[in-house]
Design a binder for this molecule. Structure first.
Ligand SMILES: C[S@@+](CC[C@H](N)C(=O)[O-])C[C@H]1O[C@@H](n2cnc3c(N)ncnc32)[C@H](O)[C@@H]1O
Length: 85
């Protein structure tokens, strides 16, 4: 998968995507993965880490490692693996 470009990056950082991801995508992903309280999640291709942060806001008990090879996302900025939780 190549790095995201201009329009794609703007979409993923939009409030519309935040709404859709928080209310639809993340609840579906948690259910589909069968994540339990205190579970561990590895997100490969986390961008600036916005999805992982939204997930942790709803499930602060999870342990999330988020990683991405593109550090130019803006948003919440790159973090060291394990820094989120
Ligand atoms: C749709 S974006 C994810 C956006 C993220 N969920 C967010 O909230 O910002 C997909 C990401 O996968 C990353 N990616 C693609 N291939 C990768 C790889 N092999 N290793 C790490 N990251 C990768 C891209 O750099 C891109 O940031």
């Amino acid at each position: 998968m190549p790095e995201m470009q201009g329009l794609e990056k703007r979409l993923i950082q939009s409030s519309a995507w935040e709404w859709f991801e928080t209310r639809i995508v993340l609840p579906w992903a948690v259910a589909a993965a069968g994540l339990e309280e205190g579970g561990r999640l590895l997100e490969i291709g986390s961008g600036g880490g916005a999805s992982a942060e939204r997930l942790l806001l709803r499930h602060p008990d999870l342990h999330v490692v988020a990683t991405d090879f593109d550090c130019g996302h803006g948003g919440t900025g790159p973090r060291a693996p394990g820094a989120l939780r």
